[in-house]
Design a protein around this ligand. Structure first.
Ligand code: MN3
Length: 268
């Protein structure tokens, strides 16, 4: 109980000293470092990785928690892959992004602004801002309780744009499987037509970048770099892509869709 209480209340005002005291009184296991240190940091900046949070100046962005334990996505994504992917790759993009913008006027700009002017920024900013942003979406798009199908307005939009949910999945899988080399496949909203569309991007690029042929606001992304699946699936990217659907967090995708219409005018 004390372990749970510490986990729940620590980010909302319980001082670290109080938390330590309450933990000492019980025989509770120590709070895993990913949850304790990272959630305090996110609570400070109020950054959770939802659409609106990305309007913050880049200097204020923090590295958010992984929203679940390393083994929570098994058997679809194995524990070791999640740990290395989050704690090494993703954290590396975040740290290198901060380094790349340190002391420049990009610190005052949101990632949306940086992506909108991507051709004018150094390649280290492009790769690491993209890498940081894309992976926050990726973790949040997945859930141990994921799977099933979308509903409500998102399902209506998917049906309008692709004919049916099944046609959408097929098209998304195709984009993910055929992206040559490292990159991502995406479901995004087109800001002009408000239609949904599927695209794939190279490296750590994403649909918000002005370098993309069709730009949009991403709702769902799959990482098809080998580091995302190789330990479990080896060269069988198609198996990873097909299994991915069993962990998709449709609530998150739906909330990004709803949020887009609230913040669209403030992006850029
Ligand atoms: Mn990755």
């Amino acid at each position: 109980m004390m372990f749970l209480a510490a986990l729940i209340y620590l980010p909302f005002g319980l001082s670290a000293q109080q938390a330590v005291k309450s933990k000492t009184k019980s025989d509770a296991k120590p709070v895993p470092s990913v949850l304790s240190t990272a959630s305090q940091a996110s609570a400070v900046a109020g950054f959770t990785g939802k659409g609106e949070d990305w309007l913050l100046p880049s200097a204020d962005l923090v590295f958010p928690d992984l929203p679940y334990a390393y083994d929570a996505l098994e058997p679809v994504i194995d524990r070791q892959t999640v740990e290395i992917h989050y704690d090494k790759h993703h954290r590396g993009y975040f740290n290198n992004f901060k380094k790349a913008i340190a002391g420049t006027d990009l610190e005052t700009k949101s990632v949306y602004t940086i992506f909108a002017g991507i051709k004018d920024v150094p390649v280290a900013v492009r790769n690491n801002a993209g890498g940081f942003y894309n992976h926050v979406l990726y973790w949040s798009n997945l859930s141990p309780d994921g799977g099933g199908k979308p509903s409500g307005e998102l399902l209506e939009a998917i049906t309008r744009s692709f004919g049916s949910y099944e046609d959408f999945v097929q098209k998304f899988n195709e984009a993910a499987k055929t992206r040559f080399g490292s990159g991502w496949a995406w479901l995004s909203v087109d800001p002009a037509s408000k239609e949904l569309f599927i695209s794939s991007t190279a490296n750590q690029d994403n649909p918000l970048m002005s370098s993309e042929e069709r730009q949009g606001f991403p709702l769902l992304g799959i990482d098809v770099w080998e580091h995302a699946y190789y330990l479990k699936y080896q060269n069988k990217r198609a198996d990873y892509v097909e299994s991915f659907w069993n962990k998709v967090n449709w609530q998150d995708v739906q909330s990004r869709y709803a949020e887009y219409f609230k913040i669209a005018a403030r992006i850029k």
